[in-house]
Design a protein around this ligand. Structure first.
Ligand SMILES: [Ca+2]
Length: 104
C-alpha cells in the first residue's frame, strides 16, 4: 500500500480514496487488478472523495442484500470525485460513505 496523505501524494497508476471531501482526512490507495473489500481494512462506508489515477475504469460497489442488486459507481481513468455527497445514489441519498468494495 502506497501512503497517501494529500492530493499530491496520489501518484500516477494508483486509485486513491479519502475519508473526507476535498481529498482530505485519512487516505488509502490501491493498484493492480482485483476486488478490494474495504471492510478488510476498516474502510467500509467511509469514503468521501476519490481520484482514479490508474489507466482503467474502476468500479465501486455499495453492497446490497439479495434480491436488491449491488449499486455501482464507475470512476473513469483520471476522473475524480471531490465530494461524493454530490453524487446521487440509486437507492436514495448520495454516494458519500457508501462504498464497500472497489474493483480495479
Ligand atoms: Ca455501503
Amino acid at each position: 500500500m502506497h501512503v497517501v496523505r494529500t492530493l499530491s501524494d496520489c501518484v500516477n497508476g494508483w486509485l486513491c480514496v479519502w475519508e473526507w471531501p476535498e481529498y482530505s482526512g485519512a487516505a488509502r490507495s490501491f493498484r493492480g487488478t482485483g476486488v478490494y473489500n474495504l471492510g478488510d481494512i476498516g474502510w467500509r462506508d467511509r469514503i468521501s472523495s476519490i481520484w482514479n489515477r490508474t489507466n482503467v475504469t474502476v468500479v465501486t460497489f455499495d453492497s446490497r442484500t439479495y434480491p436488491v442488486r449491488d449499486r455501482v459507481l464507475y470512476v473513469d481513468p483520471s476522473e475524480a470525485y471531490r465530494d461524493l455527497s454530490h453524487e446521487p445514489h440509486d437507492g436514495g441519498g448520495s454516494w458519500n460513505n457508501k462504498i464497500d468494495k472497489i474493483g480495479i
